[in-house]
Ligand binder design. Structure first.
Ligand SMILES: *Cc1c(COP(=O)(O)O)cnc(C)c1O
Length: 462
């Protein structure tokens, strides 16, 4: 008889969290201009704003921290990290950086060119921001199934639209500076990319002589989906899959705050020696000497261990199933979500949830505010605010196709009881959905692709 499986760990240290009243939360929201990035974390009961850097570390990671070698040059911690990275990425050159966006900065400097195009399945916002600063134009070529919020099943909604890529390159190859594959694809629901799609994309890239890069913050979750869903990989272990994923690209970047199971850190990894030398130079200017790149020795040791724990099959099964558990509870309550659930969170369809709130009144942001107000749960908008932009010529607003609220699930942090609280609260808001009105944007910063971090709003019904 097969018994249910629970978390493949038990809890050794606990962190108290605080419940607050609805009145208190309304006051906090008004002070934060209805932008939950501006709340104090202590006023949040269950924090699902991101899965980035919020992991609970293991006893082996904490033990590794005591071994941290803080030598400026050639530290032992670096060599332990390098060995762990090579084992998972199968690439020889490793440059640590302080977090993922520092690696984005590096690829923007090394690969992106002013006035040229960087094609991705769906670029991550911090690459977009760095590209914007360099003057390079990011384009998203994810398959149509990954662009719409339809509930139709597709096992790999993060895939690149290869016919579209090919025809674009046939016409404009000389204007394209790089191809970036983001695994899993964050912005449309943490949706995976298949190995077949990575392989085929790399063939097209090679044909047109364009370098291909992997943005691999969630490499282990992507590999797990390949194992579960891609024919022929059922019996292949996760590390063999990750190595094959990286075998098709020249370089990779990673925010290790996700599948690295640590609270800070990032990586630039490559098989191109010349690019590696350039990365070293960049690191010395912006990050730190080549063998630490902005990370402390102890953090590199925690990452060396975390990367290995992140590709453990039992951990990944628990991880992906907890996200699915929340998705299933929400579906039972009729809450419209993007399906299938992805790797690191559940994405609620803001337009279907609040069909009476138009996109220029930020339906998903309204839902984020309602969820915090009702239950002290902090999620994040990935919709009109985060991805809305202005037409460079006409100045008119362009609204994104996907309009969602992401409930990001931290790794090894919350239990399924916390998931139940979130589902209850959203179920109640859904029952009363007609009573909610939209929001007005009253402040935005100058870098449009990063405006959600500092934006300010007003409630229209107030
Ligand atoms: C988080 C993330 C980044 C940025 O990393 P930080 O560590 O937050 O700076 C870049 N790309 C992807 C795919 C990410 O998920």
């Amino acid at each position: 008889m097969k018994y249910m499986t629970a978390e493949p760990f038990r809890i050794k240290t606990v962190e108290p969290i605080k419940q607050t009243t609805k009145d208190y939360r309304q006051k906090c929201l008004a002070e934060a201009q209805y932008n939950v990035f501006k709340l104090r974390a202590e006023d949040v009961y269950i924090d699902c704003i991101t899965d980035s850097g919020t992991t609970a570390m293991s006893q082996n990671q904490w033990a590794a921290i005591m071994r941290g070698d803080e030598s400026y040059a050639g530290s032992q911690s670096f060599y332990r990290l390098k060995e762990s990275v090579e084992d998972i990425f199968g690439m020889p050159y490793v440059q640590p950086v302080h977090q993922g966006r520092a690696a984005d900065h590096m690829i923007a400097k090394l690969y992106a060119k002013p006035g040229k195009y960087a094609i991705g399945n769906m670029h991550f916002d911090t690459f977009r921001g760095n590209a914007e600063v360099v003057g390079c134009i990011p384009l998203d070529f994810v398959i149509p199934e990954g662009r719409s919020a339809n509930q139709e099943y597709h096992p790999f909604k993060g895939n690149m639209d290869i016919p579209r890529l090919r025809s674009y390159l046939e016409a404009h190859a000389s204007e394209v500076c790089c191809i970036i594959m983001t695994v899993t694809c964050n912005n449309n629901g943490g949706q995976p990319v298949s190995l077949e799609n990575i392989r085929e994309t790399s063939k097209v890239a090679a044909e047109f002589n364009i370098p291909m890069i992997m943005d691999s913050a969630r490499l282990a979750e992507n590999a797990y989906f390949i194992k579960m869903r891609e024919p022929g990989y059922e019996d292949v272990d996760i590390k063999t899959i990750t190595r094959e994923m990286f075998s098709y690209v020249e370089s990779a970047v990673m925010s290790s705050k996700k599948d690295g199971l640590v609270n800070i850190g990032g990586l630039f990894v490559t098989r191109n020696e010349d690019i590696f030398h350039q990365a070293n130079q960049h690191s010395i200017v912006y990050e730190g000497f080549t063998t630490y790149g902005g990370m402390s020795g102890r953090d590199m040791d925690a990452l060396a261990v975390g990367l290995q724990e992140g590709v453990d099959a039992a951990y990944l099964e628990y991880r992906i199933n907890q996200v699915k558990y929340l998705g299933d509870r929400l579906k039972e309550k009729g809450v419209p979500i993007i399906e299938p659930t992805g790797g690191h969170g559940v994405y609620v369809d803001g337009r279907k949830f609040f069909p009476h709130i138009p996109q220029h009144e930020f339906p998903s942001q309204r839902l984020v505010v309602a969820l915090y107000e009702e239950a002290g749960v902090r999620a994040v908008e990935i919709g009109a605010c985060a991805f809305g932009k202005k037409d460079p010529e006409t100045g008119e607003d362009i609204w994104p196709e996907l309009e969602t609220m992401r409930i990001a699930i931290s790794r090894r942090v919350y239990t399924d009881n916390h998931m139940d609280v979130i589902a209850e609260a959203l179920g109640d808001i859904y029952k009363n959905r007609d009573q909610y009105k939209g929001m007005r944007l009253v402040f935005e910063g100058p870098i449009t692709s990063l405006r959600h971090f500092t934006a300010g709003f007003e409630l229209i019904d107030a």
